[in-house]
Design a protein around this ligand. Structure first.
Ligand code: SF4
Ligand code: FES
Length: 246
């Protein structure tokens, strides 16, 4: 049986020497069980060793192989070639600066993430035995938000990230929400100083694409809407609280 082959059109760009990105075509095998990452590895091993891209786990866990395939943000290790036509276009993730070829900038994300304090800020000392016990129903409230692998597909899919480079964006806000909803945490007011600032939740126009593309079933759009509601309720109840004190 003749092996199916496809053409991979890959965006190439080296900012130190290239004035703009170009496209390069490669003819590669499209085996039934191959994913886009296998095709890129084939190019690297057999056709062009200069092609640059990131990957590590090959099993949708490390979050490093995100890229645009035929215009959609996907994990290259999860995108089967059998689901694509004869020609496949591979580009770096949208809305991220490009370091080289398919490698996008993660530094901006890594710098902003700590600003929302993505860790537990307990309000009270742990009870006896130095542990907080948690019911499974309390875990269920935030569990899906713990599944994020920081792949940034949601950033590539979000039109607001494209419009405002300072927007905190879906996964950072979803992670802040993960801690806000944790029954052991008391840090929501501290986080809100950042998450409800002008580059936070109110920038989101609820397009919802972030949740659509997430490979781990996280719902950042839902998290952001829940945060908007909580923040609005805080704002409404503030005069009442001030009245109580006077
Ligand atoms: S929320 Fe989903 S799409 Fe966004 S970084 Fe986390 S895992 Fe990736
Ligand atoms: S290689 Fe780790 S998520 Fe794709």
């Amino acid at each position: 049986m003749t092996e199916r082959r496809i053409r991979l059109e890959v965006q190439r760009y080296r900012p130190e020497t290239d004035s703009e990105p170009t496209w390069e075509s490669y003819d590669v095998p499209a085996r039934e069980d191959w994913v886009v990452l296998d095709a890129l590895n084939y190019i690297k091993d057999h056709l062009d060793g200069t092609l640059s891209y990131r990957w590590s786990c090959r099993m949708a866990v490390c979050g490093s192989c995100g890229m645009m395939v035929n215009g959609k943000p996907v994990l290259a290790c999860k995108a089967f070639l059998r689901d694509y036509p004869e020609t496949v276009r591979v580009a770096p993730m949208a809305n991220l600066a490009v370091h080289r070829d398919l490698i996008g900038d993660m530094e901006t994300f890594a710098t902003r993430l700590p600003t929302v304090k993505p860790f537990l800020i307990p309000e009270v000392e742990p009870p006896q035995e130095d542990v907080f016990r948690q019911q499974s129903s309390e875990l269920a409230v935030y569990r899906q938000f713990t599944m994020c692998i920081n792949c940034l597909l949601c950033y590539a899919a979000c039109p607001q990230v494209g419009l405002n480079e300072n927007y905190l964006g879906p996964s950072i806000l979803a992670l802040a929400h993960r801690y806000n909803r944790d029954s052991r945490d008391g840090g929501r007011a501290e986080r809100e100083e950042v998450t409800a600032s002008e580059d936070g939740i109110w920038e989101c126009t609820f397009v919802g694409e972030c949740s659509e593309v997430c490979p781990k079933g996280v719902d950042p759009a839902g998290a952001i809407q829940q945060m908007k509601l909580a923040s609005s309720l805080d704002w409404i109840s503030r005069p009442l609280k001030r009245g109580d004190k006077s």
